[in-house]
Design a binder for this molecule. Structure first.
Ligand code: LER
Ligand code: MN
Length: 270
């Protein structure tokens, strides 16, 4: 298993232990913790210097695991469904930029919050599919994997469980090989009936994991049996990234101080 954590290079996010303005200091810490990669948070490409970011990663021997893309929902109202066609098209264009950036960085692209919030009507799912098909095509041409993230019911009513997301990938998108699932253990704790069953259903569709405890605190400060879940993930044959996406809780100091030890402990799992 490989490990990464969120670093924003543009706007602050509650999921990073460093402010965006200090992203290079953040990368120093990622490296010092013994992680393999950073999950970079990019909202748009104005002022983003990709060669400089690539060089900063390379210099530290780090990869980019996936591009976290959801900030532009709150900041710009972007969405792939449930909004006027003009906004959906603008969102598709933004994802095409993310795909090109991911090709340059050797990473995946996350589709989480930008899928849209409203799944009450079947036409929302159809809109999402219509928006996604050109992106699936674009990602295929660039050799990039898209990772779709089931999110809990309090953030969206469109595709909450792992089983629903798999159904969308297989039956709506036509089972493209380079579309996988980002399994966020916090959301899964709310929506998936059973971790082991979700893992079995996903098989090789599992392409990225977000880790946080039950309350989105740093691992060990909630009530998930994360050690048991990590063992299950490892035993399923998963070899991609486990990426921290937790709040700076109980404190940013606890996150900064605890990351290296937790990763070392997970690497040693018997
Ligand atoms: C994004 O990865 C995610 O999990 C969302 O809950 C962010 O709000
Ligand atoms: Mn997540």
């Amino acid at each position: 298993m490989l490990f990464s954590t969120i670093i924003s290079v543009q706007y602050d996010t509650p999921f990073s232990a460093f402010p965006a303005a200090e992203w290079e200091r953040g990368l120093d810490w990622v490296r010092a913790c013994g992680l393999d990669a950073a999950e970079l948070c990019i909202s748009h490409y104005e002022g983003i210097d990709l060669p400089r970011i690539r060089e900063a990663l390379d210099r530290r021997g780090l990869a980019c695991s996936t591009l976290s893309t959801g900030q532009s929902r709150g900041l710009e109202g972007l969405s792939l469904s449930g909004v006027p066609r003009e906004i959906r098209e603008r969102t598709v264009e933004r994802f095409e930029q993310h795909i090109r950036a991911a090709a340059a960085l050797g990473s995946k692209v996350t589709i989480g919050l930008l899928r849209g919030a409203d799944g009450a009507l079947p036409e929302r799912r159809r809109e999402l599919c219509e928006s996604m098909l050109p992106l699936v095509d674009c990602a295929g041409r660039h050799g990039v994997t898209l990772v779709l993230e089931p999110l809990n019911r309090y953030e969206t009513s469109l595709l909450n469980t792992t089983a629903e997301m798999l159904d969308f990938i297989e039956n709506d998108l036509g089972a493209p090989e380079h579309v996988g699932i980002l399994w966020d253990l916090f959301h899964a704790n709310i929506e998936d009936p059973d971790y082991a069953e979700a893992l079995r259903l996903m098989g090789s569709r599992l392409q990225h994991v977000h880790v946080a405890d039950s309350n989105r605190f740093f691992p060990g400060y909630g009530h998930l049996d994360l050690e048991g879940i990590m063992r299950m993930i490892r035993d399923s044959g998963y070899r991609e990234y486990i990426s921290f996406e937790c709040f700076n809780l109980p404190s940013v100091e606890a996150v900064r101080a605890g990351t290296a030890a937790w990763v070392a402990q997970m690497r040693r799992l018997g």
